[in-house]
Write a protein that binds this ligand. Structure first.
Ligand code: SF4
Ligand code: SF4
Length: 103
């Protein structure tokens, strides 16, 4: 059983809250934590890849060497806003999650 299963008891978790298995982020759907979601304007994107490099959750999707026409993996995006902050062309906007879901 994973040490961080949603129903794990405190005594089933690893001592000190460490994550003993590296590279396991893909197993965890963290999109439900998000208050804001990134929306990318592919038309203005210059494919500099800054958003892809800096995203801490590897949620910027890439096709070949391009993110221009790819999406954002909202199951793994936590809504931190780093991608929007680093985009030199201001192509990524953070929008309210509840409003985005309602649309
Ligand atoms: S908001 Fe954060 S987690 Fe989501 S795609 Fe942008 S950098 Fe990645
Ligand atoms: S940082 Fe902005 S311009 Fe660069 S690849 Fe991402 S969306 Fe495109």
């Amino acid at each position: 059983m994973s040490h961080y299963a949603p129903d794990a008891k405190w005594h089933e978790m690893a001592a000190g809250g460490i994550i003993p298995q590296a590279g396991n982020a893909v197993e965890y759907v963290v999109g439900g934590w998000r208050n804001e979601r990134p929306v990318k304007d592919n038309e203005c994107c210059i494919d500099c890849l800054f958003c892809w490099v800096y995203c801490p959750d590897n949620a910027i999707e890439i096709e070949g060497r391009s993110v221009k026409n790819s999406g954002i993996d909202l199951e793994h995006c936590k809504g931190c806003g780093i991608c929007a902050k680093v985009c030199p062309k201001d192509c990524i906007k953070m929008v309210n999650e509840i409003e985005a879901r309602a649309e």
